[in-house]
Design a binder for this molecule. Structure first.
Ligand code: HEM
Ligand code: HEM
Length: 226
């Protein structure tokens, strides 16, 4: 069964995990009551993981350009293929747009709080955009773009996951397994053909039953030979 490359699979799951974490972290750091120090620390963590996602997504897009996706099972209808491709384009666009607008919020923020990536590297403003006039109005406008982007990706990922689960448990095809590594432990259960092999018992020559002294249930084969 053709699968995504191991690099694409690893990047897919690391980025998926990070995005879910960032949405939770984003809501917690903005909405929940806490001390100023804790809020500041959570913002720094959110921004550091977010910038990491931006670079992982760039790496993933570059990898994807040179390593096309494995073909979908042939029986999937055209409309469903188009919907899947459309959803993937939307997810890639959002995975790029959300961290970029997050970085832009910092670059136009009037507060100009220092940001060090994981507390180690002084992180610069977004090139060119850092020269824009800082101010509360610009910051709020960009923050809205960032937060709306986050809610759109939550909805899009919800549909994406439902589609993956439908393939796995309703269609019972190999679409989800293409995004899982071919570990030997998974191989036994996941590399099963979508259409089961004909029942081996059904292909046993009825004469075997006579040798082992067990007549077939309807007794027809014995009747013919007697
Ligand atoms: C895929 C990556 C990211 C996701 C999914 C994400 C998600 C979120 C979410 C859900 C919120 C809270 C929304 C709310 O409840 O108001 C938020 C707020 C915020 N994020 Fe991100 N974020 C990402 C990347 C980044 C990056 C890279 C930065 C900056 C370098 C950043 C900076 C911020 C800031 C400053 C806020 C507060 C905005 C405000 O003023 O309300 N985010 N983010
Ligand atoms: C934040 C979370 C996620 C994001 C942003 C995301 C994004 C993506 C993208 C962009 C692709 C297209 C890959 C390509 O062709 O280059 C993809 C494929 C896939 N994803 Fe996700 N994903 C997420 C979570 C999940 C989860 C939780 C599941 C499983 C339940 C999943 C299952 C799959 C599968 C099976 C494929 C391959 C589908 C196909 O080739 O048509 N994804 N994902």
């Amino acid at each position: 069964m053709p699968r995504y490359t191991l690099v694409a699979i690893i990047l897919h799951w690391i980025i998926a995990f990070d995005i879910i974490l960032l949405v939770v972290l984003g809501v917690v750091m903005v909405q929940l009551p806490m001390s100023l120090e804790t809020r500041f620390a959570l913002f720094q963590l959110h921004k550091s993981i977010g910038i990491t996602v931006l670079f992982l997504v760039l790496l993933r897009i570059a990898w994807r350009i040179f390593h096309p996706a494995p073909p979908l099972p042939a029986r999937i209808p055209r409309a469903q293929r188009l919907a899947a491709h459309g959803m993937h384009y939307l997810l890639y666009a959002l995975m790029f747009w959300i961290p970029l607008t997050g970085w832009l919020v910092l670059s136009v923020s009037s507060l100009k709080l220092p940001f060090r990536l994981y507390g180690i590297v002084d992180w610069p403003d977004l090139p060119v955009f850092g020269l824009l006039k800082r101010g509360h109005a610009a910051e709020s406008a960009v923050a809205v773009l960032h937060v709306y982007g986050a809610w759109i990706i939550v909805a899009a990922v919800g549909l994406h996951v439902l589609a993956a689960l439908r393939h796995q448990f309703v269609e019972r095809d190999e679409v989800l397994q293409r995004m899982l590594p071919a570990w030997p432990v998974l191989k036994r259960t996941t590399d099963r053909p979508a259409v089961p092999e004909p029942d081996a018992a059904a292909s046993i020559d009825p004469r075997c039953h006579r040798e082992f002294g067990k007549p077939p249930s309807d007794g027809s084969a014995h009747a013919k030979r007697q």
